[in-house]
Design a protein around this ligand. Structure first.
Ligand SMILES: [Zn+2]
Length: 450
C-alpha cells in the first residue's frame, strides 16, 4: 500500500502545478477582483479532492464548504482557510508579477501563495491523499473557506450561527501565518482580538490663521494630543478605567510554553530596525505579544503636513487607533470603556468604531487533543513543534472557539519569510508538500479514537 508520503512524492509535480494555477487566479476581496470566480474554482478543488462542495452566499463574498464523512463514530474535524487574498499593491515592487506565479529557488512566488491558498490547499490535498492511499478518510472532514478573511470576516459569525448543525465539529484546524522564525513547526492555541476606532475633534468651521486666531480658536489637534495622553501613560500602561479588568491570567502550562519560545529583544530590534523597544515590554516580548492587550495609535492627522511650514490652525483632526484584545476582553465592553473615557475627559471629541471587531480566541493548552496534534506534527517533521498560547495578530477563530465551542488548533505551514501582505509573497515548495503530510497525519491521529 502506498503511504501518504509516497503519494505526495509521486504527485509532487501535479500538486505544485495545482497551487500555481490557483495562485494565478486573483481573488482580491478588498477590490472585488475575481472573488466569485475563484469561489467556484475553490469549490471545484474541494469536489476534485473527494468532498461534497458548495458555495454559501453571505451578504458579502460567498464562502465555500465541503464535507466528507469518515467512519461511523469518528471525530469530525473542521478545517478553516480563506480563498481571498490581499491586494497586490505596487506591482513594480514584485520580482515576478503577483498573479503570474512561478517557481524560483524552491518557492512558489505570487499573491496568496502562503496567505492562504498554499496552506488550505495542503489540507485539501491531504484529503485527496488519504482517499487515494486508504480508500476512506480517518475522520469526518468539513472544509470551510472564507472569502472575506482579508477584509475582516464580518459575515463569518452569522454564517457559522446559521449553519451551526452542519459545522458543529469536535475540533477545528486552521493553517495561516508562518512557522517559528527558527523554521520549527508551531502549534498555536489562539489569536488576539481586534477593535478599531477613530477619534475626531473639531474646532473652527474652517482652517484659520495661527497668528490671528491662535489660542482663541480651539485647536482640535491639541484636543486629541491631550486626550490620547490620558489614555496611556509614558510607561506604556493603558489608563482607561476598567481596560484590563477582564484579562484572564496565563495558566502555568501557558507560561511554560511562552518561556520556550525565546523571542529575544535583540532579534526583534534587528528585525524591525529600531534602537529600543516600546516602554513597558519589561522582560518578555512573547508575553507582551500573546498574553496582554495593546493600544496603538495607527495615525494622527490634521492641519498641514507638506513641505516647509504653514502657520495654520486646523479646523479638524482625527486619530485612528486599534486595540488588540486577549481572552475575556469583550470588544463591545472595551469600546464602551473607550467611549466613556472620551465622554468624561474630552466630551467634544467624537468616537466611531471602524469595521467589525474580532473577539480574542483561546483553546486551553491543557486540551486532551494537544498531545494528539503535537505527536502527529512531530511524526512528519521529526521535531516537537513549539507551542504558542496565542498569536499576536488576529484571526476570526473565535467563531469556532466561542460561537461553536470547539477546540481550535492553528498549524501554520508557511515559511517565516513568506512575506504575506507584502510584495514577493511566497511559499516554500517543500513546506507546501510537507504540509500535506502534516495535515494527513493530524487528520489520521484525530480520527483514531474519540
Ligand atoms: Zn492575510
Amino acid at each position: 500500500m502506498t503511504t501518504v508520503q509516497e503519494w505526495v512524492q509521486e504527485n509532487s509535480r501535479a500538486l505544485v502545478d495545482q497551487l500555481l494555477d490557483y495562485v494565478a487566479r486573483p481573488s482580491v476581496s478588498a477590490e472585488g477582483v475575481g472573488v466569485v470566480e475563484v469561489a467556484h474554482y475553490a469549490a471545484d478543488l474541494l469536489s476534485a479532492a473527494g468532498l461534497r462542495a458548495r458555495l454559501v452566499e453571505t451578504p458579502g463574498w460567498p464562502a465555500v464548504i465541503g464535507h466528507r464523512a469518515g467512519p461511523l463514530g469518528s471525530r469530525h474535524v473542521l478545517v478553516y482557510g480563506h480563498y481571498d487574498v490581499q491586494p497586490a499593491g505596487d506591482e513594480a515592487l514584485w520580482t515576478s508579477p503577483p498573479f503570474r506565479p512561478e517557481v524560483r529557488e524552491g518557492r512558489v512566488w505570487g499573491r496568496g501563495a502562503g496567505d492562504n491558498k498554499g496552506q488550505h490547499l495542503a489540507h485539501v490535498a491531504a484529503v485527496e491523499a488519504l482517499l487515494a492511499t486508504r480508500g476512506e478518510l480517518p475522520c469526518s472532514v468539513t472544509v470551510l473557506l472564507d472569502g472575506e478573511e482579508e477584509i475582516g470576516s464580518e459575515n463569518l459569525d452569522d454564517l457559522v450561527r446559521r449553519l451551526r448543525d452542519e459545522l458543529s465539529a469536535d475540533v477545528a484546524l486552521c493553517s495561516d501565518g508562518p512557522v517559528h522564525a527558527s523554521g520549527r513547526s508551531l502549534v498555536q492555541f489562539g489569536a488576539r482580538g481586534v477593535l478599531q476606532f477613530e477619534l475626531r475633534a473639531r474646532g473652527a468651521a474652517r482652517d484659520v490663521h495661527s497668528g490671528h486666531f491662535g489660542e482663541v480658536a480651539p485647536n482640535p489637534l491639541w484636543s486629541l494630543v491631550h486626550l490620547l495622553a490620558t489614555m496611556k501613560d509614558p510607561d506604556g500602561r493603558v489608563t482607561i478605567d476598567g481596560f484590563t479588568d477582564a484579562i484572564q491570567p496565563l495558566s502555568p502550562r501557558e507560561r511554560e510554553a511562552l518561556d520556550t519560545l525565546e523571542i529575544s529583544s535583540e532579534d526583534v530590534l534587528a528585525d524591525i530596525g529600531a534602537a529600543r523597544l516600546a516602554p513597558g515590554v519589561a522582560n518578555s516580548v512573547a508575553e507582551r505579544l500573546m498574553a496582554l492587550p495593546s493600544f496603538t495609535i495607527n495615525g494622527l492627522h490634521g492641519g498641514y503636513g507638506g513641505p516647509g511650514s504653514k502657520t495654520v490652525l486646523p479646523a479638524e483632526a482625527f486619530a485612528k487607533c486599534d486595540v488588540r484584545l486577549v481572552p475575556r476582553q469583550d470588544p463591545d465592553v472595551v469600546f464602551g470603556l473607550v467611549q466613556e473615557h472620551v465622554r468624561r475627559v474630552a466630551p467634544d471629541v467624537d468616537v466611531y468604531q471602524l469595521g467589525g471587531a474580532m473577539r480574542p480566541s483561546r483553546t486551553p493548552i491543557e486540551s486532551p487533543l494537544t498531545p494528539v496534534v503535537v505527536a502527529a506534527v512531530q511524526s512528519v517533521t521529526g521535531e516537537e513543534p513549539l507551542l504558542m498560547p496565542s498569536m499576536g495578530g488576529s484571526l476570526p477563530t473565535w467563531v469556532f472557539t466561542d460561537t461553536l465551542g470547539v477546540p481550535t488548533f492553528l498549524l501554520p505551514l508557511a515559511n517565516a519569510d513568506e512575506r504575506n501582505h507584502a510584495p514577493d509573497e511566497n511559499m516554500e515548495v517543500a513546506r507546501f508538500l510537507q504540509g500535506i503530510e502534516i495535515s494527513a497525519a493530524v487528520l489520521t491521529a484525530l480520527g483514531a479514537g474519540r
